[in-house]
Design a protein around this ligand. Structure first.
Ligand SMILES: C[S@@+](CC[C@H](N)C(=O)[O-])C[C@H]1O[C@@H](n2cnc3c(N)ncnc32)[C@H](O)[C@@H]1O
Length: 496
């Protein structure tokens, strides 16, 4: 039998399966006569569909026939079961369902391509690329391909209801899949399950209900939490959503009820005026064995050694280096750093040298965007800390943009679903490059001046950060409620 992790086999809790079936059946002119589950596992979702429907034909497939026969599937008498790899099997999957199923439901495997246990080999990836084209991007989770396959399996007037990893909503590698499913159908409903839905899988989940046909513009139904509590629907234009970079804004207000709605429309973005960069695993694992406690101050060093700045050390406008401990590769340090002279020549040395310029460093997995300036260019960011090197915009202007409460609200909405927990933002280089710039140049300059003066010792840094943040809310033309929200999330604005 194939290992469970390699198959992404995490079975759906009974009440979640029932709610998924109920959401899939509601709002339709007639009940489906055929229901298919292409990743049927032990058959529990089809068993729930059978209980909800009087007269229905059931179709199932899974690579694991034993699970189906042992579970509720084994007692579903007339259900047609195929033991096959659905992603590569020829269409139509079930020969007696040539026009597709009225309803395709499922909880496809979540096979994280960054996880060595579930990552595909190059040949398998190439096969999927031939079949699904550009939907197979760098680290595409296979759940995205299942969603595309499920849409193709549904009849022309059919429906699809699938549980999905929440990262599908905003991950960059899922963008081609999001576009493809909105070419094949229209979003009709979305459930935000969040964390803790599956006991044996630490993953945030959502569910999508899509119709193959029907009006393109509609009120998308929404539900939240383990009990599928219904919330206000959203008016969504399917064609506009197809072109949108993220579906995160559809659920952002369900994850953080106080999140201010901000519309940051601008042609110019941070990536036009600054270079945003991120280290990868190679940099992290390359530097980890070289870390020592280097002592001293984080800026203005003369001994050539470089302070290493972790996400945990970054607060909005301040760095806690030397004031509180940092964890790096399982060890705790009080003044972590490296000596660039210890670096072997090559890529890592070049990467470290390129970091040692004036920049803004930005933490990841934080409740708001947390940037701090390194005007002397001493620090080395410890992955996943990002760096923003000023280009045509000054260092202080870059810092002001990243401290802006509306930018944090925007980032929260756009990255919804991608972070490790639903309370955090996964700040990535593409996200930062796409941050819209503020329309009010003068207010932006004022905020930058406040930050620069405070750096020169004029005024208390926490006050300067709050003043700059408030000024930037005005620079974006947003309501002051964004400041209130930001201050309640920003955490440590004062020392240490
Ligand atoms: C997350 S489980 C869901 C099972 C069940 N539908 C439920 O909701 O409890 C995903 C299932 O997909 C199956 N699977 C993984 N890769 C597959 C593939 N390429 N083709 C068909 N099934 C696959 C696994 O064996 C597993 O049973």
């Amino acid at each position: 039998m194939v290992d469970r992790a390699a198959r992404g086999a995490v079975f759906t809790p009974e009440p979640i399966g029932r709610a998924l079936v109920a959401a899939a059946l509601s709002g339709r002119p007639r009940p489906p006569r055929s229901v298919a589950d292409p990743a049927a596992g032990d058959g529990r979702l089809l068993a729930a569909a059978r209980r909800a429907l009087d007269d229905v034909e059931l179709y199932a497939a899974d690579v694991d026939g034993a699970a189906w026969r042992r579970g509720p599937g084994g007692s579903l008498g007339s259900a047609r079961f195929l033991e096959t790899d659905v992603l590569v099997a020829p269409a139509p999957l079930w020969s007696d369902l040539p026009a597709g199923a009225d309803l395709v439901i499922g909880n496809p495997p979540f096979l994280d391509q960054l996880d060595a246990r579930s990552a595909l080999d190059a040949a398998a990836r190439e096969g999927l690329r031939r079949r699904y084209g550009d939907v197979v991007a760098g680290y595409t989770d296979l759940a995205s391909l299942f969603l595309v396959a499920a849409c193709e399996m549904a009849a022309e007037d059919g429906r699809v209801a699938l549980i999905m990893p929440a990262s599908f909503l905003s991950a960059r590698d899922a963008e081609p899949a999001r576009r493809r499913v909105l070419e094949l159908g229209t979003l009709d409903g979305i459930w935000w399950g969040g964390d803790g839905i599956f006991e044996d899988a630490d993953v945030q989940v959502c569910a999508l209900v899509l119709d193959r046909s029907g009006p393109r513009r509609r009120h998308v139904r929404r539900w939240v939490g383990p009990r599928w509590h219904p919330v206000d629907p959203l008016d969504v234009d399917g064609d506009a959503l197809r072109l949108a970079p993220s579906w995160g804004p559809l659920v952002a207000g369900l994850i953080d009820e106080d999140l201010p709605q901000v519309a940051l429309a601008s042609d110019a973005v941070l990536g036009d005026v600054a270079a945003v960069g991120a280290g990868f695993r190679d940099q992290f694992y390359g530097l980890a064995p070289l870390v020592t406690d280097i002592g001293g101050d984080p800026s203005g060093r003369t001994d050539g050694r470089a302070p290493l700045v972790t996400s945990g050390l970054v607060d909005p406008g301040r760095v806690g280096w030397g004031r509180r401990p940092a964890r790096i590769a399982g060890r705790t340090w009080t003044t972590p750093g490296i000596d660039p002279a210890d670096l072997p020549d090559g890529r890592l040395a070049r990467w470290v040298a390129a970091q040692r310029r004036p920049k803004v460093v930005v933490a990841s997995q934080t409740p708001v965007v947390e940037p701090v300036a390194d005007p002397t260019g001493e620090w080395v960011p410890s992955t996943p800390v990002l760096s923003v090197h000023p280009g045509t915009a000054s260092l202080w202007r870059c810092l002001a943009v990243l401290l802006a409460p509306p930018v944090s609200a925007w980032a929260r909405a756009h990255a919804a679903g991608s972070a490790l927990t639903s309370r955090a933002i996964r700040v990535s280089a593409p996200l930062l490059r796409a941050v819209p710039l503020p329309p009010d140049e003068r207010a932006w300059s004022r905020a930058a001046t406040v930050l620069e003066r405070s750096h020169r010792g004029d005024g208390s840094p926490p006050d300067a950060v709050v003043e700059a943040a408030t000024t930037m809310t005005a620079a974006y033309g947003c309501d002051p409620e964004a400041d209130v929200w930001w201050r309640s999330r920003a955490g440590r604005l004062s020392p240490p």
